[in-house]
Design a protein around this ligand. Structure first.
Ligand code: MOS
Length: 697
């Protein structure tokens, strides 16, 4: 067998790029079906209560309207153990914006008009949607997101903090944030007898399939879920969401295919959001900046339907050496839409707080913030004592400082002025854990010299399909164009969710295993594939299913330069640089895009994104892209990204760590720290709006 150059590590363009730009790639609401009907949701206008009556007579007057489904008349779904998909089961309203009925019609316009004509009467009850750090009813959850304990202590924080020479004690706030993937949550569903097919937009169709089978009490084999192309999710499609259950339910009820694409302004209430956090960070250090005491206490909220706890204090358990530490989470259960995953849940808001506090400590100690972080580098993971599988934070900081020109910076705040503009720069560290979940794959060698690999991976726009093809080609030892990788269908070998930055590791591992095995079999057959081909199956239930003796995380350093307009209060980003250490980078082209995307989302979090739960209505006041400002091209400067290649043998056969989320972590802190350097103002509540700046200047 000839030796080919490895294609992992090469900047291979997306395999489906042409399909996407020519419109040939089909998304969930793109599938034309005979007899297709359209659905539009009716959502609750109270934040808590019970439905006492639903009048659909006006809605049904239009002959184009096929049905108005409600809890009173819809086929009853079984309990699938997930309250987010338990649709139209109960007259109880748990939050404003909950879907209480679904209009189904021949056209989208008729469905929308019908939904608007449905009259719902409620027995309204008082609601409570306001999170404060001192409100009654805060409780300690059994655990927080990703299975972490709510509280951890080591040493004696109180005594050490009281004895510290230099202290920082500050409260940081992040408002609710919305995922807003470009493609809304959409599904097209059709029943053929007891067999269900759905085209669905999700981050993992293996679970969508098993959930639909449970809801409708049919065999998984009779549920086909197709999710070939997905236009983003950022966590909001991480588990099945109501749209897919509703589309399938409606298709069953009307006996025709049904398409439901959630309107943009209905998404935030029913598909999850990043819960707001109020985080108090206390740091106690000596005059040289060595941290002796570190406390990170998070207050956040969940809904009455589910418990989801944003684990914002968790990264403080592994970032810096400190003999004494206290990290806690307290939760309010409110009448709010259910929070869920949003890009780097926990680390993203948590590192905004910790890395802002580190900047405050650097100022208090009169120390360079890069140097402060280097001085507090832990030899092992502080809370667990486990060794790091690899940790190159210091290298990222040093390399970033060099590339950014950090050392030319005058550390004094508010001294760099250009007319009405104040200019400043900031730095922050970033981190994200290594997740890997068991997955299955199949590899097939044809007698024509071509290969087919199957794994139910989901490409949410990351380049998963492309990277898996690279991994397969290398493991097979054949050129890229001889390998076809099939993903995005529930009937393929089970793959884990495209979440937790785990996809490439989780799917790539069984792909690598199956392909390496297949290569051996082809070799054993004398390099000749027999008629009928050769077939191999692999899974990583063993390898990826257990724990690890290592603390495994990716790290990075974020640098930012801003200009603050003293007349308008506007903050503009001049440049950003991220340097990351995330194992081997398997595709520099798609990886760069992930890092830049994360950093851009962090820019949005710092400056433009944010929402507010209106106490009267009990819902977000920002529900569409006109009021919730996702950063646009004009907001985003050139973003520069570099990485330090790590050789970490404790990961997976590709040596990769996840890259989808780390880019957002620390970006907002770097920007807020830059605003402080520019102006001397410390903004501890995001987003940093012009009015905040003007009031402070
Ligand atoms: Mo990501 S929030 O794990 O989809």
């Amino acid at each position: 067998m000839t030796t080919l150059p490895r294609v992992t590590g090469e900047a291979v363009a997306r395999i489906e790029a042409r399909d996407k730009v020519t419109g040939a790639a089909s998304y969930a609401a793109d599938h034309p079906l005979d007899g297709l009907t359209h659905a539009w949701p009716v959502t609750a206008t109270v934040a808590r209560g019970d439905i006492t009556a639903i009048d659909d007579s006006e809605a049904l007057r239009d002959p184009a309207v096929l049905a108005v489904l409600t809890h009173a008349n819809a086929p009853r779904l079984a309990d699938a153990g997930d309250p987010m998909v338990a649709v139209l089961r109960s007259p109880h309203v748990a939050h404003h914006g909950q879907i209480v009925a679904l209009a189904v019609a021949e056209t989208l316009e008729a469905a929308r008009a019908a939904a608007g004509a449905v009259r719902v009467t409620y027995d309204e009850q008082p609601h409570d949607v306001v999170l404060t750090a001192d409100r009654p009813g805060l409780y300690t959850p059994d655990e927080v997101n990703a299975g972490h304990p709510a509280d951890r202590r080591r040493g004696d924080f109180d005594t050490a903090y009281a004895a510290s020479e230099i202290t920082v004690d500050a409260v940081y706030e992040v408002t609710p944030l919305h995922n807003h993937p470009m493609e809304p949550h959409a599904a097209t569903a059709v029943w053929d007898g007891d067999t269900l097919t759905v085209f669905d937009s999700n981050q993992g169709s293996t679970v969508v399939r098993s959930t639909l089978a449970a809801l409708f009490e049919v065999d998984e084999a009779d549920v086909r879920v197709v999710s070939e192309h997905v236009g983003g999710g950022f966590g909001s499609k991480g588990t099945p969401r109501p749209h897919v259950a509703l589309a399938a339910l409606a298709a069953k009820a009307v006996g025709r295919p049904v398409r439901l694409a959630l309107p943009r302004n209905r998404i935030a209430a029913v598909t999850g959001h990043r819960a707001p956090t109020i985080q108090r960070v206390r740091l106690g250090a000596d005059a040289d900046g060595h941290i002796d005491a570190l406390a990170h206490e998070t207050v956040t909220q969940t809904s009455t339907l589910t418990e989801f706890v944003e684990q914002a204090s968790v990264s403080s358990r592994m970032m810096y050496a400190s003999p004494h530490s206290l990290t806690t989470h307290r939760v309010a259960r409110l009448d709010v839409p259910s929070p869920s995953w949003m890009r780097a849940p926990g680390e993203c808001p948590g590192m905004f707080a910790l890395e802002s506090a580190m900047d405050e400590l650097a100022v208090a100690c009169g120390l360079d913030p890069v140097e402060l972080r280097i001085r507090n580098e832990p030899p092992v993971e502080p809370d667990s004592g486990r060794p790091f599988s690899s940790r190159h934070l210091v290298d990222c900081l040093r390399e970033g400082a060099r590339r950014f020109g950090w050392h030319d910076r005058d550390p004094r705040p508010a001294v760099n002025r250009d007319g009405p503009l104040l200019i400043g720069s900031g730095v922050a560290a970033s981190t994200y854990p290594v997740w890997v979940f068991p997955s299955h794959a199949e590899a097939y060698a044809g007698s024509d010299g071509r290969y087919e690999v199957r794994v139910n991976a989901t490409d949410i726009g990351t380049g998963a399909r492309t990277v898996l093809t690279q991994i397969a080609a290398d493991a097979l030892g054949v050129p890229l164009d001889l390998v076809r990788v099939s993903i995005g269908r529930g009937d393929l070998p089970a793959g884990s969710v495209a979440g937790g930055s785990s996809g490439t590791a989780s799917w790539g591992w069984p792909v690598h295993k199956a392909c390496a095995d297949l290569r051996q079999r082809v070799s054993d057959a004398g390099g000749h594939v027999p008629d009928g081909g050769l077939f191999v199956r692999a899974d990583t239930e063993q390898e990826a299913g257990g724990g690890t003796e290592y603390s495994r995380h990716a790290f990075g350093a974020q640098f930012a330069e801003v200009q603050v307009d003293t007349v308008t209060g506007e903050v503009r980003v001049r440049r950003m640089l991220g340097v990351f250490a995330a194992g081997h980078i398997l595709n520099p082209r798609t990886a760069r895009s992930q890092f830049i995307g994360g950093m851009t989302m962090g820019l949005g979090m710092a400056l433009t994104e944010g929402s507010f739960l209106d106490p009267e209505f009990g819902d977000f006041t920002e529900r569409d892209l006109a009021s919730y400002h996702v950063a646009a091209c004009a907001d985003v400067p050139e973003i520069d990204v570099h990485w330090i290649d790590e050789d970490d043998p404790h990961l997976n056969p590709m040596g990769s760590k996840g890259i989808g989320e780390i880019g957002i972590v620390g970006a907002a802190a770097a920007l807020a720290n830059a605003v402080h350097h520019a102006t001397g103002m410390r903004v501890r509540r995001l987003p940093i709006h012009p009015d905040t700046i003007l009031l402070g200047l």
